[in-house]
Structure formats: structure tokens, C-alpha cells
Design a protein around this ligand. Sequence first.
Ligand code: HEC
Ligand code: HEC
Length: 290
Amino acid sequence: MAHVADKDPVSGVDTTGHEWDGIKELDNPLPRWWLWVFYACCLWSVGYWIVMPAWPLVSSYTKGLLGHSQREILIEELAAAKADQAQWLDRIKGASVTEIQADPQLRDFAMAGGRSAFAVNCSQCHGLGAAGSKGYPNLNDDAWLWGGKPEEILFTIAHGIRNDDDPDARWSEMPKFGKDGLLERGQIADVVEYVLSISGQDHDAARVEAGKTVFVEQCAACHGENARGNPELGAPNLTDSIWLYGGDRAALTETVVNARFGIMPAWGLKLDEATLKQLAVYVHALGGGQ
Ligand code: HEC
Ligand code: HEC
């Protein structure tokens, strides 16, 4: 059907000739403001194509006169952040753990670095909050197997414990009193009751005296006469209620019969000096540092 444009008698505006069921479409011009915005957008986009990266090519893209690149900006920002960190890391390398702790800015930097290094390297054994679990010591309390002074903590972290990789690893070995036949079953039962008694737990009072004798002869050399432990040997305090392997009758018997052999990697072989020191600052600050 041919397009017949005619005037709408009511509004006086031309129609487009489109008609549906007797309703005709008016041929109103586009609003001025709309048209100008449209032209402005066209112009803007042409300008944008020229100065900014815009059109994809086969293996590249139009770079634009400004050479703007988010990737370049990110690379520059990362390099700047690294340079900024490097000066801090250098200062950390040159300072002792105690000196780092004494300088508030350096300490803040070390705490942040230590926290993230801990989450990456240590949390799988010690827990994200460093609360530990069976066989893995809690680092938040002030009970230290190997000493809680800043430099002692640094040494423990750097060289590890009972590992074969670092000749300076902290080392000691509790004898397997039962397995190796060093004590009779009765003597083991006695000394376990003694340990229960000195740690304030329910115990068989009749065995305590004999247990004390066994303790003085067999255990005191490492755990101390008063059973308060010895950080030179990593021998735990047996009088507090903090247990690495469990303090009930069954766990104590297992420890005396088969002994324990907790191993920690030597982090000095994997991490750089600045990271080790940041970790020492962080661990020392966790709550129980001496
Ligand atoms: C593979 C498991 C494992 C990982 C990973 C690990 N540790 Fe340990 N850590 C241990 C064990 C086990 C002990 C206790 C050893 C013992 O019985 O003397 C320990 C002990 C320690 C101690 C001594 C605590 C004390 O009471 O003297 C410190 C400090 C410590 N870890 C810090 C760290 C830091 C920091 C990291 C991360 C860089 C880390 N550990 C990663 C297993 C681990
Ligand atoms: C040669 C030193 C040495 C002697 C001797 C020794 N211990 Fe130990 N004991 C240790 C060390 C080191 C540990 C920690 C082992 C570890 O962390 O893997 C330990 C751990 C323990 C624990 C575990 C504590 C906990 O927190 O879970 C108990 C209990 C214990 N000893 C009791 C005894 C008793 C009882 C005797 C004597 C019959 C004895 N020890 C003799 C060195 C010794």
C-alpha cells in the first residue's frame, strides 16, 4: 500500500502515512535537546577513538594518542609500592627484633607483614589465630617450649625444631620409657599419677610417692625438679594446665610410653631475613611474648 502522508485535522501535524486500525502516526520532529545530545555524543565518541584505546584489531588494538593503559598504570603502581616497601624491608634487615619493636612505624610495618606471612606459612599447623591444636603449640599464651624472648622466637622460627634440614635446629628427644623398656609398667603408672597430681588433676594418691621417685630419677633432668620445664631442651612445664599432647591419664601414659617428637620446618631455608624478623615481631606480639 502506498504511503499517503496527510495532515491530522486535530493537531495540524503531518502524519507518516502509517496507519493501524484507523489510528495514524503523527510525524513530530525529534525534540531539539535530544538531537543536540545525540550529536554531542557522536562527536565525543570520535574524539575518544582518537585519543583513547578503542578499536580491537586482529592481534592488537588502536592505542589512542594518549597511550593510556590500565595495565601500565598497575605495573607502575606495583613498582612504586615495592620501592616503598623496600626501604622498610632494608631497615628491618638492619635492625634486631627488639629494635624493630621499639620503633612504632617499623613495628606497624612488621606486624602487617608478619600477619600475612603467618597466614601463608604457619596457619596450617598453628591455626589462623595461632591457637594451635594437639601437637602444635598455641602461640598466644605465655607458655613457651623454647623460650619467648624476641630473639629466641626468631631463632626457633629460622632454624625450626627437630628437622633434619638445618644443623642448628632446636633439638631434644624424650626417651621412649615404655617402648624401649626403660621403665616398668607399674613405674609408668606411678609417674603418670604423679604428673596428674602436680598439675592439679584427680589422681590415685597411693601411687604419688612412688611416682615422685621415678620423676626425680628419670624426668627431672629435662623437666626440672619442680617440673616447670626447661626451654633449653624444649621440655614443657608439666604443672600448668597447658598441654601440647593432652594431660589426661591416657595421653600422659602414651607420652611416657612412646614419647613425642614434634617437628617444625626451618623457615630460614625458605623465607628471607626480613620476613623471619617480621614473623618474630608478630608472634612475640600475639600475647605471650616475654
Ligand atoms: C608443619 C607444621 C608447622 C608449621 C607449618 C609451622 N610450625 Fe611452628 N611448630 C610446629 C610444631 C610441631 C612445634 C612444636 C615442636 C615441639 O614440640 O617443640 C612448633 C613450634 C613453634 C614455635 C615454638 C613455640 C614455643 O612454645 O617455643 C614457634 C615460635 C613457631 N612454631 C612458630 C612458627 C611460625 C612463625 C611458623 C610459620 C613461619 C610456623 N611455626 C610454622 C609445627 C609447625
Ligand atoms: C631427655 C629429656 C626428657 C626426659 C628425660 C623426659 N622428658 Fe618429657 N618431654 C621432653 C621433651 C623435649 C618434650 C616435648 C616433646 C615434643 O614437643 O615433641 C617432653 C614432653 C613431655 C610431656 C608432654 C607434655 C605436653 O604438654 O603434652 C609429658 C607429659 C612428659 N614429657 C613427661 C615426662 C615424664 C613423666 C618423664 C619421665 C618419666 C619425662 N617426660 C622425661 C623431654 C624429656
